[in-house]
Design a protein around this ligand. Structure first.
Ligand code: TXA
Ligand code: MG
Length: 320
């Protein structure tokens, strides 16, 4: 059941409660409607990918209400702070190295060492984020491949029955997503043109924006900076070979494992949302426990399985 509610103070409080419980709330921003979840919870974020039907785990924008919060989440260089001061709240997203101790979960960052942050210029969005008191991960509130929604009715067409709540705050005025600038390289990079023109940003920076490296444009999920485990992965494993640890799904390999083998099950009950929420953490845990080779159980190619398999195939690909 999806609650479609006018964005009044009571429904915003209810929306924040839903987010706190790991639910999904679509909300208006000045650019487009966002599909929000608690950015600190891999579980909640996994549900975003599920609801959107995304074939891969794109990194998401974490929406915050204050610059101080952004500075706790990311290592913002002086130039980024200048942009933030000039354009926040507003349709600017800043990508920067995630701060040690930052709270945005790894799934929301799609395993990248960086994080995308923005303070939206919309009273409903700001009230919702403040009421939750944590960053809100939100891609545009459409099914994957569809156009970004600028009204609550558009959101309902795509996501009714897939989210807990849609806050109706009228039409999103910009209708165009935020401009994304990355501060992860020697000079600032324009990752996505958007609602703030390049020239305005360059004026504040006093410098030209660089074009992204080719790999970044084509697929953020393919960049080398993604977390890849040290261990070698063997996918679609139906048995365990000598010396292999297991990354299991639905307790398939666990049953075959000799005592003492390392076995982590992404979801013993075979739930793909749970598996997505555990994926990055379990790859790290297997590394930390010194596994050199990992047998990965078959994961069905439906729902979030497609994104999980996409990520696993990249992790298993030969290293350069
Ligand atoms: O206007 C907007 O930005 C809207 C509203 C809801 O805020 N949001 C939005 O989100 O457009 P989405 O998920 O559709 O686009 C987020 C973009 C993606 O293209 C993603 O690749 C990029 O941000 N992104 C996020 N984190 C990144 C990171 N750490 N490094 C590089 N790109 C990142
Ligand atoms: Mg989008």
């Amino acid at each position: 059941m999806t609650i479609l509610a006018p964005a009044d103070p009571a429904s915003i409080v209810r929306g924040a409660e839903i987010l706190r419980e790991g639910g999904l709330v679509a909300f208006p921003t000045e650019t487009v409607y966002g599909l929000g979840a608690d950015a600190t919870s891999a579980w909640a974020v996994a549900r975003i990918y599920d609801a959107k039907g995304r074939p891969s785990f794109n990194p998401l924008i974490a929406h915050v209400a204050e610059i101080a919060t952004a500075q706790r989440e990311a290592l913002l260089p002086e130039a980024a702070i200048r942009l933030a001061a000039a354009f926040w709240p507003g349709p600017l997203t800043i990508v920067a190295p995630a701060a040690p101790g930052g709270s945005v979960c790894e799934l929301a960052r799609a395993g990248l060492p960086s994080v995308a942050l923005r303070i939206p210029d919309h009273p409903v969005a700001l009230a919702l984020i403040s009421a939750l008191g944590k960053p809100v991960a939100a891609p545009s509130a459409n099914r994957s491949g569809h156009v970004s929604p600028v009204t609550a009715a558009h959101v309902a067409e795509d996501l009714s029955g897939r989210v807990e709540m849609i806050l109706d705050g009228g039409r999103a005025t910009a209708g165009l997503e935020s401009t994304i600038v990355s501060f992860c390289d020697a000079s600032p990079v324009l990752l996505r043109p958007g609602a703030i023109a390049r020239e305005k940003i360059e004026k504040v920076l006093g410098a030209k924006l660089s074009a992204p490296a080719r790999a970044e444009v084509m697929a953020p999920g393919m960049t080398a900076s993604h977390y890849a485990p040290n261990a070698r992965l063997r996918l679609e494993a139906h048995e365990l070979q000598e010396g292999e640890a297991a990354l299991d799904f639905g307790a398939r390999l666990a049953a075959l494992a000799a005592p003492g083998r390392i076995v982590l099950d992404l979801s013993p009950k075979g739930d793909l949302v749970e598996a997505a929420a555990n994926l990055f953490a379990y790859l790290r845990q297997l590394d930390a426990r010194g596994a050199a080779r990992i047998a990965v159980a078959h994961i069905p190619e439906r729902g979030l399985g497609e994104a999980i398999n996409d990520r696993l195939r990249r992790a298993a690909a030969p290293r350069v």
